[in-house]
Design a protein around this ligand. Structure first.
Ligand SMILES: [Zn+2]
Ligand SMILES: [Zn+2]
Length: 475
């Protein structure tokens, strides 16, 4: 029978639950042979016990209290008494070590109040224990360097912070306290990025490009295509507004209502939408010129090769008439400038088709975290955003996964059907899809300890999933 406590050198003697928590009585099996007061060996005798309560990490969805029957000893030589020293607990915190680890970990993932609820303690305790995790991230976090590095920035408490990601794996890499070129240069240098990074994607902010050119010689910078296309969308929008000013008010309002027709790609329109758009543009040559300029810019990204894209881009640039490219920031002039100054980086996309979409999604998560924890310092937000990644890196599952895939592919095993007749690769995809479905159903929350985890940190157990620690405990 497995011991419900499952703590090394401890033995549960009884356990009960009143529906709101578990009370587990237990003995610590290691006894001292020497007197803690005088050091004399072999002259101790038992002198009653003392019950001490320790908070433990939750199981089966309930808080746990460990009621320790601590042995008291008296020494025949010095006459002093002392209590049995206990392992696996933190006496100053009156909790098990694994409970402190649970709070440290979960305090970086979930709200302090929810963690306190899971543990059955007050929020202040959680805050105190969790603060050590912030220090841990600040001191020990060693980012891994990806092959495809995304660079972007986000504003936190009034300061622009540099955000680095792995756009291939869609994982955060690091968050720097500012976006000074020197900080980025230092980061690339101290993490030996030149040995690993093959390509960089970013928006059109010259300092990033300059730093990459200096520190990662020969590594192509790819301008995020959505930034380029957004400029064209913006140009069409401002031209629509400008033209509508010469029309009666109600026409302007109608145009605004219909503006989605201009925003969508032409092939995304249904029959009626296309009919309405054609009618509209037939009477408005300037708007039509702007709209088709936008459409043709989008089409360049469908080119099959860099050479084709290069040709299309050059054709596109000379095709833009001055009537829609004369006012900086208000029409296609900005796009013409960008496609001139960033030509190389825009075309680099066709050799390295990556975008910065994940980085922007991650920025969104940072913003949510920032709003949720009003008053979090930059260090706390950084720790919270990077902690789950650090735990996954510690599990070593990413290198293992890569190794696995490499062995897989080089051995050709993935081509061979297994004994169910399914190709191995298809099976693997199917299995991970199922994992994902279970993971989504439980909301990433371990049903036993109620902690929240990422998928690589979970283990499938019968119909559900458990975090690794709970799976090992098997309770
Ligand atoms: Zn003694
Ligand atoms: Zn768990």
């Amino acid at each position: 029978m497995t011991d419900i406590l499952d703590l090394p050198d401890w033995k549960a003697t009884s356990s009960r639950s009143d529906g709101s928590q578990y009370l587990i009585e237990a003995d610590y099996l290691v006894h001292p042979s020497a007197c803690l007061k005088c050091g004399s060996i072999g002259h101790l005798y038992k002198h009653g016990t003392k019950k001490t309560i320790y908070t433990d990490s939750p199981i089966r969805g309930l808080p746990v209290r460990l009621v320790a029957n601590v042995q008291r000893y008296r020494c025949r030589d010095c006459g002093e008494t002392f209590l049995q020293p206990l392992g696996a607990v933190l006496d100053d915190r009156r909790m098990t070590r694994r409970c402190a680890e649970y709070i440290t970990d979960q305090g970086m993932r979930d709200t302090f109040s929810r963690v306190a609820e899971h543990i059955g303690c007050d929020e202040k305790t959680v805050r105190n224990v969790a603060s050590s995790a912030v220090a841990l991230v600040a001191d020990e976090f060693r980012p891994y360097v990806p092959e495809s590095l995304g660079i972007d920035e986000t504003q936190l408490s009034g300061v622009m912070r540099l955000v680095l990601t792995d756009v291939d794996r869609r994982l955060p890499v690091d968050i720097l306290p500012n976006r000074e070129p020197a900080s980025l240069a230092q980061w690339l240098h101290s993490n030996r990025a030149a040995e690993k990074v093959l390509r960089v994607t970013t928006d059109m902010y010259p300092p990033y490009k300059n730093v990459v050119r200096d520190r990662l010689p020969g590594v192509p910078v790819v301008v995020d295509k959505f930034h380029v296309l957004k400029m064209a969308d913006f140009a069409v929008e401002t031209i629509r507004r400008k033209v509508s000013k010469s029309k009666p008010k109600e026409v302007g309002r109608e145009w605004k209502r219909q503006s989605v027709l201009l925003r969508l790609r032409n092939r995304e329109l249904d029959e009626r939408g296309r009919f309405n758009l054609d009618m509209w543009l037939a009477n408005e040559p300037t708007l039509a010129t702007a709209y088709w300029a936008k459409e043709r810019l989008y089409d360049i990204y469908k080119a099959n090769s860099r050479a084709e894209a290069e040709m299309l881009l050059d054709q596109w640039r000379v095709s833009i008439p001055p009537e829609i490219a004369s006012v900086p920031r208000h029409d296609f002039k900005a796009v013409l400038t960008a496609t001139k100054n960033w030509r190389e980086e825009i075309l680099a996309y066709f050799d390295n088709p990556i975008t910065n979409g994940y980085t922007e999604a991650f920025n969104g998560l940072i913003k949510i975290m920032n709003r949720r924890g009003r008053g979090y310092s930059f260090e706390v937000i950084r720790a919270r955003m990077l902690w789950p990644l650090q735990q996954v890196l510690r599990l070593d599952s990413m290198p293992k996964h890569e190794e696995l895939r490499h062995n897989f592919e080089s051995s050709g095993v993935f081509m061979r059907p297994n004994n169910t007749g399914f190709p191995m690769e298809a099976m693997r995809a199917y299995i991970s899809q199922q994992h994902q479905a279970v993971f989504d159903r439980i909301g990433g929350q371990c049903p036993s300890c109620l902690g929240v985890f990422t998928l690589p940190e979970m283990t499938v157990r019968e119909e559900t999933m458990l975090c690794r620690k709970c799976a090992e405990r098997a309770v």
